[in-house]
Design a binder for this molecule. Structure first.
Ligand SMILES: Nc1ncnc2c1ncn2[C@@H]1O[C@H](COP(=O)(O)OP(=O)(O)OP(=O)(O)O)[C@@H](O)[C@H]1O
Ligand SMILES: [Mg+2]
Length: 231
């Protein structure tokens, strides 16, 4: 689904030069749920943002299927992102003045082949919360609305940056169950960044980053169900 070649991202801030990604070569297979682990500052979010078309590489190449993302201008990159990518972040980024249903409709109104907002919210177990505002939902429920919003357009790829970072174990597990279900039922290629090493046990594949490099890459043969993951 993705391939990178010598993917490099350098940030220059004043006189400080940070090599956030240092010539990374990797492939991500379609349908996999991949977990990215690594210390703070190791380049995980930078990689996710470039794969998702939110940011440009400094050098090197990234392909999504046959499309070279590193060859695209801003307009084409925006179109790629809109048509193919769903994002889930640590903080849910819901619009506070809109209900759960309306938050999801923001996306389903503009996507080419979306499911209905009701269907997406049912997928994440929130059929009974359609007309609740974010402030009337728990943190885990808000994150599930954010996931419903991300998957409603049936994206090929779901990119999640610390989706359980703000949640306790029990609520976090519910969110992981939804991600696992979307991956299984819709075949959505899923990448999850986490600081929680337990979460790798539910992945198909685990990649470790350090200092902007891929330093470990393993397939998980004895996957756990999300309900068996606890922290
Ligand atoms: N916009 C930016 N400008 C300058 N430097 C940046 C910027 N974004 C990230 N960096 C630097 O790039 C490096 C990699 O950052 P990145 O956010 O990818 O790390 P991370 O692995 O996601 O860390 P964390 O686990 O803390 O989220 C860090 O050293 C960071 O300080
Ligand atoms: Mg990060």
């Amino acid at each position: 689904m993705f391939r990178t070649s010598a993917l490099t991202k350098i940030y220059e801030t004043g006189s400080v030069r940070v090599v956030a990604l240092d010539a990374v070569d990797l492939t991500l297979n379609g349908g996999d749920l991949t977990v990215l682990l690594g210390p703070s500052g190791s380049g995980k979010s930078t990689l996710l943002n470039i794969l998702g078309g939110l940011d440009h590489a400094t050098s090197g190449q990234v392909w999504f299927r046959d499309l070279e993302l590193t060859g695209l201008g801003d307009r084409a990159l925006t179109r790629y992102r809109r048509d193919n990518v769903g994002f889930v972040f640590q903080f849910y980024n819901l619009v506070p003045s809109l209900t759960a249903r309306e938050n999801v409709r923001l996306i389903t109104d503009i996507a080419p082949d979306p499911m209905s907002a009701e269907e997406a919210l049912s997928l994440v177990g929130l059929s009974a919360r359609l007309d609740h505002f974010p402030a009337q939902l728990s943190g885990g429920e808000q994150q599930r609305v954010a996931i419903a919003r991300a998957v409603a357009k049936r994206p090929a790829v779901l990119l999640c940056d610390e989706p359980t970072g703000a949640l306790d174990s029990k609520t976090g597990v519910q969110v992981l169950e939804v991600l696992d279900q979307v991956n299984r039922e819709m075949g959505t290629t899923t990448v999850v960044i986490t600081h929680n090493a337990m979460i790798q046990r539910m992945a198909h594949r685990v990649m470790h980053f350090a200092d902007g490099r891929l330093v470990g890459d393993a397939r998980i043969t004895d996957r756990l169900a999300p309900s068996e993951v606890a922290w």
